[in-house]
Design a protein around this ligand. Sequence first.
Ligand SMILES: *Cc1c(COP(=O)(O)O)cnc(C)c1O
Length: 231
Amino acid sequence: MISENLVQVRENIVRACERVGRNPDEVLLVAVSKTKPVSMLKEAFDAGCRDFGENKVQEIQDKYPAMPGEARWHMIGHLQRNKVKYIIDKATLIHSVDSLRLAREISMEAVKRQIRADILLEVNIAGETSKFGLLPEDTPGLAREISLLPAIRIQGLMTVAPLAANPEDNRQYFARLRQLSVDIGRKNIDNVNMNVLSMGMTGDYMVAVEEGATIVRVGTGIFGERQYPVK
Ligand SMILES: *Cc1c(COP(=O)(O)O)cnc(C)c1O
């Protein structure tokens, strides 16, 4: 099932690229494997998937040693400062940086290990009160401040769009995030790249690709519905 789903999702990405004249190689599919067992991640790995998205530090810690070393880990959930040290050497890309305090912690831990941490700034592009993320107007200023920290590099922007019944409803937000990344890119801030736009999930990734996503984060569309334990 997982390999068939992957074929379908990849095909949808190719089609979306064709509709707008993009090269599908520009779009990275991150398989969001939160709550799913390692056996399912391995199935996806065997079907060619190398990039996995998790939103909990604990899950990355648990799954990391159980998966082949070629697997790459994307931290896509809210990250607490006191947990940075557990994933700093495991995450390929931290998508969810939304404060200077968090960026400072990441920078400090990266310096300690003599590595470079690649991050995205998470933007609350629709201004939902329930969501993490920076306000669009605060983003360029924070990018500038983070750019001065050692061993951390901003690679672009990420957003979690609203839950929408119709994916077309989110097109405006994806377009807005892309515009924000263009605006920040034009400022030519040293040490800040705007190459990555992480946007689009199962419900709306095709629209996100049409609007310029370079990473889509798809969970349900690959692994099926998530079952959370009843508490
Ligand atoms: C869970 C999650 C996803 C994937 O959601 P699906 O709707 O299952 O594709 C993507 N991004 C983030 C930040 C998530 O937490």
